[in-house]
Design a protein around this ligand. Structure first.
Ligand code: F6P
Length: 547
């Protein structure tokens, strides 16, 4: 089975949603709350340790039921079944999409290309566990007999963003190992990290699904050359391990077979942190915590597979996002975690969401006439309140936002936590209610300000409100709850891809730039700048003059 190929705009539900939008476009959410005292409870789902409040959205019961109708008409249920059962749903690359198998129960049988893949998954997990324990305990040592103190993950895109986001998000749970991430081809990145390292006590994990990515191989070679200034060739095997599907290329690099952690072509790069790509996670927080991360994701998988659409967290969040994107024509979505630990979460989601759903050709090969993937952005609150919130509150653009918070502080600092959570809750309240002209007037009059001055500043102090938000309130940041949260967004991506009738699991859009960078590099090396457009040629001449 492949994914259904239904143009969403041809469905009956889409047409009904268009009509419904006409009656909703000027509706104030605050009036909806006033009219329906059950609204907040009705539009809040509690699942395990998650409290997801989506009542502060421009939706009614009718909106939700029409969106669910749309999901049914595009055959979302059938698509979910295909996704989990290893069908070749990544049709353009002829691959199954089975990152969910990496966190499935070991008792299940899951097939890719007719083969049960669970035994291989178990074997690689065992290898990760043994290796992690050897490094963390210090029983495996570096070339001079010292235990490892530092781990460097060398990778980019999905081979960097997922592991690096999880390692920082779970910093509270980390052990004594310092974990570093080298990703950028910018030599200053790798050199700044090398400055901090002792070659005798550093382990390098080269992560590249293809083992052909320019950035990763360049950084890996630079690091190997640096390492060999202090050690011998035979010491490489003690300090370098690799995670890849391309075993031959890894061996060519000089890494021993036993130091290779395999992954599979049914794991997409941006969904790979659950595989050996997450080795640096396991090294940083220990294998038990890594397993809890996987367990959390597995619980979200079970919820997504079985829950009715109107109570299904990834489905509901995806549908609301489609409502804004395709009917209100919003362009972006902000992700605001109220936790400094989740500092890298939005950047991580930028790849997983935008690389997946930034597509303009549908599953029938036709150019798309409606909007697909959103622009994703955001940084943690409260810092973002002092940066870009002005635009969300009073700008001209409508920006739906996800607020993600954790009720418990990991260090137990109640004073800070109460202040953090009061901001977390107050912002969604402010975005909902705004501040009317009458309220501003009353406030200014109480401040003994001259009438002329009041009239002058009044329009600038009014907040329109009616800005949509979802609140994802989680009890505590743990490996398990983080696993659930990541999987929630993974499945939201999937649902939106199904509705938009696109292929979410390829990324051909990143290829052209790579190809042209190769051509330009040749031109820089050969000092010949012909056959180029005038701007590109000027830039090369300018670079050549300066270097
Ligand atoms: O940026 C394109 C991409 O292919 C991503 O999808 C992937 O995560 C990244 O490059 C790294 O690829 P690899 O793991 O093969 O080095």
């Amino acid at each position: 089975m492949t994914l259904p190929k239904i143009d969403p705009t041809s469905t009956i539900a889409w047409k009904k949603l268009q009509e419904h939008f006409q009656s909703m476009k000027n509706v104030k959410m605050i009036d909806l709350f006033e009219k329906d005292s059950s609204r907040a409870d009705k539009f809040t789902h509690q699942w395990e340790d998650f409290y997801v409040d989506f009542s502060k959205n421009r939706i009614t019961d009718e909106t939700l039921s029409l969106l669910v109708e749309l999901a049914k008409e595009v055959k979302l249920k059938e698509a979910i079944d295909s996704y989990f059962s290893g069908d070749i749903i990544n049709e353009t690359e002829h691959r199954a999409v089975l990152h969910t198998a990496l966190r499935a129960s070991e008792k299940e049988n899951i097939y890719a290309n007719g083969k049960n893949i669970v035994p291989e998954i178990i074997e690689v997990k065992k290898k990760i566990e043994i290796f992690t324990n050897q490094i963390v305990s210090g029983s495996k040592k570096g070339f001079s007999g010292k235990a490892f103190t530092d781990v460097v993950n060398i990778g980019i895109g999905g081979s960097d963003l997922g592991p690096s986001m999880v390692v920082s998000s779970l910093e509270f749970y980390k052990n004594h190992l310092n974990t570093h991430f080298v990703s950028n081809i910018d030599g200053d990145h790798v050199n700044e990290i090398l400055k901090k390292l002792n070659p005798e006590t550093t382990l390098f994990v080269i992560v590249s699904k293809t083992f052909s990515t320019q950035e990763t191989l360049t950084n890996a070679n630079t690091i190997k050359d640096w390492f060999l200034q202090f050690a011998k060739q035979e010491d490489v095997s003690k300090h370098f391990v690799a995670v890849s599907t391309n075993i031959e290329k890894v061996k060519d690099f000089g890494i021993d077979q036993e130091n290779i952690f395999p992954i599979w072509d049914w794991v997409g790069g941006r969904f790979s942190l659950w595989s050996a790509v997450g080795l640096s996670i396991s090294l940083s927080i220990g294998f038990d915590n890594f397993s809890k991360l996987l367990l959390g994701a597995n619980k979200m998988d079970a919820h997504f597979k079985s829950e009715a659409f109107d109570k299904n967290l990834p489905v509901v969040l995806a549908l609301i996002s489609v409502w804004y994107n395709n009917f209100y024509k919003t362009e972006t979505e902000a992700i605001i975690p109220y936790s400094q630990y989740l500092n890298k979460f939005s950047a991580y989601l930028q790849q997983s969401i935008m690389e997946s759903n930034g597509k303009s050709v549908d599953r029938n090969g036709h150019a798309i006439t409606y909007q697909t993937g959103n622009v994703i952005w955001g940084t943690p609150g409260t810092n973002s309140q002092h940066a870009f919130f002005q635009l969300i509150h009073q700008g001209t653009k409508l920006i739906p936002a996800d607020f993600i918070g954790f009720a418990e502080s990991l260090h137990g600092n109640k004073e800070h936590q109460d202040k953090l959570i009061s901001n977390f809750i107050a912002q969604t309240e402010a975005l909902l209610k705004g501040k009317s002209k009458e309220d501003v007037l009353k406030e200014l009059q109480g401040q003994n300000i001259a009438l002329e001055e009041i009239n002058r500043v009044l329009p600038y102090k009014v907040f329109e409100g009616n800005k949509p938000t979802n609140t994802i309130f989680i009890k505590r940041l743990t490996p398990e709850s983080l696993g659930k949260l990541i999987a929630l967004y993974e499945h939201k991506i999937f649902v939106q891809g199904v509705i938009w009738n696109i292929f979410s699991f390829d990324q051909f859009g990143v290829e052209l730039g790579k190809q042209l960078a190769g051509n330009i590099l040749e031109k820089i090396k050969n000092n010949t700048f012909s056959n180029l457009d005038a701007s590109t040629s000027n830039l090369l001449h300018y670079y050549n003059k300066l270097t």
